[in-house]
Design a protein. Structure first.
Length: 202
């Protein structure tokens, strides 16, 4: 794939990793992914529609670049991804800082932990959605918007797990992440956005 300096076989793309069942709320996850992909194509479509030939970053950083740049390399996006990486380290998830993982859902072959992979995937879906919403804005995506999107997924996952009697799986995926998210917020922010743990009750 151009920009990532790597080759992917047809087998790799047979079923995108982000679409594999690792979530009770598969409908919500599919909606998130489709919406993200729709935004993903906008930076490429706009120059064609306007017949401008302008392939500079739509965030206004001044660099030339399309998909990989807009999603990963842009200097206005990199601080956001580094914040995501810090959360992963707090969760003790040894996930490499590699665009193939959040953008394509392709984890290293030796990464075996299902629960941790599910946790990382939820974080990446929320991150992509947050970046997508501000694809043409000249600022770094907001951490609080990312947290709110993760919490939206968390709530949907909770009710789906209750309906399908899969609460233990839900708790394994979300317990540590929910604790870290809540620790980063002030009481005022928790109250404003109605954020409390469905697992511990705090």
């Amino acid at each position: 794939m151009k920009g990532m300096n790597r080759h992917f076989s047809k087998k790799t793309f047979k079923q995108p990793a982000n679409m594999k069942k690792s979530s009770s709320s598969s409908v919500i996850r599919e909606m998130q992914i489709k919406t993200t992909r729709r935004y993903c194509l906008m930076p490429v479509r706009m120059p064609i529609i306007k017949k401008s030939g302008n392939n500079r970053c739509y965030r206004g950083c001044g660099e030339i670049g399309m998909l990989l740049h807009c999603w990963w390399k842009c200097k206005l996006v990199q601080p956001f991804w580094k914040t995501v990486q810090r959360y992963l380290k707090e969760l003790e998830l040894e996930i490499p800082f590699d665009p193939a993982i959040p953008l394509l859902g392709i984890y290293p072959k030796d990464y075996k932990s299902c629960y941790y992979k599910d946790t990382g995937t939820h974080m990446f879906i929320a991150a992509l959605f947050t970046i997508a919403k501000t694809w043409n804005q000249p600022y770094c995506p907001s951490m609080i918007d990312w947290i709110k999107k993760m919490w939206h997924i968390y709530i949907m996952e909770y009710y789906a797990s209750i309906k399908k009697n899969e609460f233990m799986s839900f708790a394994g995926t979300w317990m540590k992440l929910a604790t870290i998210i809540l620790s980063k917020l002030t009481q005022e922010q928790k109250t404003k956005h109605h954020m409390f743990s469905f697992i511990s009750g705090n």
